[in-house]
Design a protein. Structure first.
Length: 65
């Protein structure tokens, strides 16, 4: 992904949520050996995984009907 494929998101979050994000980034940093981990990369990973889960849940719901 090139930098031109990215957009800037300016959002306000609670301090507790920011602290949780910092903890997650630290965890990713400790568990991966690919170099520096950034908050944007962690958020992207979390959003992608959540989106995949959502799509699976939608597919399961649609099979029931």
């Amino acid at each position: 992904m090139s930098t031109s494929d990215r957009i800037q998101l300016n959002v306000r979050i609670e301090k507790e949520t920011a602290q949780q994000l910092d903890e997650i980034v630290e965890y990713y940093q400790e568990k991966t050996k690919i170099g520096r981990i950034y908050k944007g990369d962690v958020l992207t990973d979390i959003i992608k995984k959540s989106h995949e889960l959502m799509l699976k849940q939608i597919a399961i719901q649609n099979r029931k009907y």
